[in-house]
Each structure stands twice: as C-alpha cells, then as structure tokens.
Design a protein around this ligand. Structure first.
Ligand code: ADP
Ligand code: MG
Length: 319
C-alpha cells in the first residue's frame, strides 16, 4: 500500500488535511506531519476508506467490517439476515441478536420512526435493485401489514428471532455500518493503533488525532456543491443521513430511500440532511436515520436523550 498524497473522501463528508487548501483536499504533504496510508474498498454497499499513519490499520479495519458484512448483509444469501428473511425465523448469533435488540430500542425511543422492518417497503419502491416504482396506495397499505418492529418476536434464551407476519424482512441498512465501524475501531485499539480515520460511506470514526491535531471532517451541503461546515474531532463518530444521493424523481416529485414506516412513504419531514456526532458509532448511525424521519423538532428531542450527542440539521431549501 502506498502513502497517499491526494485525497477526496466519500460523498457526504470529506476528511480535510489540516491547514491545507480546501480545493485540493491533500491529506498529507501540506505540513511536516508523517505521511498517511490510505486504502479504500467497496464494502457494505459503499466505499469504505481507512486513513492512518500505521500501514497495518486498513487490513485490520477491513477484516472486521467484512466479518460484520457477512453476518448482516441482505445482499449476501449466506448471511444470517438473509437466512432469517427467507425462513421467517432463525436462531442467530449473539452479535446479530444484539443489533436487533438495539434496533428495537431505537424503534421505541423514536416512536416507530426508526424501524428495521422497512425491508418490504424498500423492496416495493424498488430501492433494493434500483428499479424504482411509485406504488399504489393499496399496495402500500398491503405492504405496511408486514412492517413494524413490534412484530419481531425475540427469545433471549436461545437467540431465536421470529417474524409474527409472513413476508416480513429486516433491513439493517441504517445501523449496520455504524456497528461495523465501531467493531473495527475496537479491533484497531486492541492492536495498539492510536491514530486512524474510517469512513464507510458517510459513517465516520476519528480514532485519536492526526499528528496531535483533530481530524477535520467537512459536511457536504446537499443543496450546493461544497461544504456546509467543518468538524474537528478526536475519538468521535460522525454520521450523515440524507436523501440527496439515493432517490428517484417521478412527475417532478423526489422520493428518497429513507422511509417513514408509519405512512409507508419516503420520509418527508423537510430535512435535506442530518449529521450526528457521538461517542458511539452505532448510536450516530441509527440516530441520523431516526432524526431524518422525525424532522427537526422531534428529532432534537430524541437527540437530547443521548448525553453528549451533537446534531446538525440542514433543511430542504424549498421545504
Ligand atoms: P445510508 O445507508 O445511505 O447511510 P441511512 O443510515 O439513513 O443511510 O440508512 C438508510 C437505509 O436504512 C435505507 O437504504 C434502508 O435500507 C433503511 N431504512 C430506510 N428507512 C428506514 C427507517 N425508517 N428506519 C430504519 N431503517 C431504514
Ligand atoms: Mg443510519
């Protein structure tokens, strides 16, 4: 792996070299700090990038993210999530069970806005294979019968997960990347890596500092080309959710990939993007999606339940 000189990270957030000219996005070479190694791979349906002064960091992080992807991806037929979705019940591993329990907690705290049972909606609207479709009201009503985290039955004695309604499907797209990044960070710490940045498609963790200074992460501005602000972070997770990347337009209306499980429609709460900074990567990931569905006021109240969490909301310009 080669040390990098030039760098543009991700689509929603960029990591900026401290003190460098924004337009160039140099990650190293602008000051006397040690060179950084950078490697990217397509994993969990997105670009995962790892930047560290330690050459072995990327291998450690990718290994852990791959392990979680194999467990949770709905695109991998052999994953536990795929097996559960096709059988309607499964005794799952301790980790998969843990993610489902945490997802249930976020569902309860968000009054149902965060809901991993959106799988059938994702499918109906064509977001699974990008064959977008505007469903009829009756089709949405029919599909909503298979949606609702309260219809997931859990048995902690043997980690059995069971769907109460046939056809239910869980989709961990709003929480799995956060969990995977958190696992990768734990593995890096176990391996005495003190400085590293992981960006899994807008799901970022800044481990330690960058040559003694905070990592600088820029938040994309959904309405324009450019950035809406910069964050300086040490040992923090930052996550951004929005519907400005995955959406389709039909008859002049935009339909995004984050659903309001209560209506069966793409969320339409007037927000263009939500950024959450938290200590915990899983919390940051789940909260961004929940707040995006809830909108500004209810979203802020939800965030207040998590001490230390900071949020930045960008509203739709025409909304
Ligand atoms: P991204 O995956 O683009 O980072 P999110 O973290 O917000 O964005 O996750 C969005 C994904 O989560 C969707 O593509 C879908 O798979 C799933 N999802 C959609 N709506 C919800 C929801 N209300 N609650 C939980 N998961 C959702
Ligand atoms: Mg999320």
């Amino acid at each position: 792996m080669k040390p990098v000189r030039q760098q543009v990270l991700g689509v929603r957030c960029w990591v900026l070299g401290v003190g460098c000219i924004l337009g160039f996005m140099f990650i190293s070479g602008c000051d006397n700090s040690p060179r950084l190694y950078k490697e990217s791979r397509v994993m969990m349906g997105t670009f995962v990038e790892v930047i560290s002064p330690e050459e072995k960091a990327a291998g450690i992080a990718f290994g852990e993210i791959k392990r979680i992807e194999d467990l949770l991806s709905k695109y991998n037929q052999a994953s536990e999530v795929s097996k559960l979705n096709s059988a309607g019940q499964l005794k799952v591993s301790r980790e998969t069970y843990y993610i489902i329990v945490r997802s249930k907690e976020f569902w309860a705290l968000s009054n149902g806005a965060f809901d991993i049972t959106v799988g059938p909606l994702v499918e109906l609207w064509g977001f699974r294979d990008k064959k977008y479709y505007l469903p009829l009201k009756a089709e949405i009503a029919q599909t909503l019968k298979m949606v609702g985290t309260d219809k997931i039955i859990l048995n902690p004695a043997d980690n059995l997960v069971k769907f109460a309604v046939p056809g239910m499907q869980i989709d961990l797209g709003a929480i799995a990347k956060g969990y995977a990044v958190g696992c990768a960070v734990r593995k890096l710490r176990e391996n005495a890596i003190k400085s590293c940045l992981i960006n899994a498609g807008g799901q970022i963790y800044c481990l330690g500092s960058k040559s003694g200074k905070p990592w600088v992460v820029a938040i994309a501005d959904p309405g324009k080309k450019g950035i809406s602000g910069k964050l300086r972070l040490i040992n923090k997770a930052v996550s951004t959710s929005g519907d400005y990347e995955q959406f389709f337009i039909k008859d002049g209306t935009r339909y995004g990939h984050i659903f309001d499980p209560r209506t069966g429609m793409p969320a339409n709460s007037g927000l263009a993007s939500v950024t959450v900074v938290a200590d915990d990567s899983l919390v940051a990931d789940a909260l961004t999606t929940a707040i995006f569905v809830l909108g500004e006021e209810k979203g802020k109240s939800l965030a207040e339940k998590f001490p230390g969490v900071k949020i930045k909301i960008i509203k739709e310009r025409n909304g």
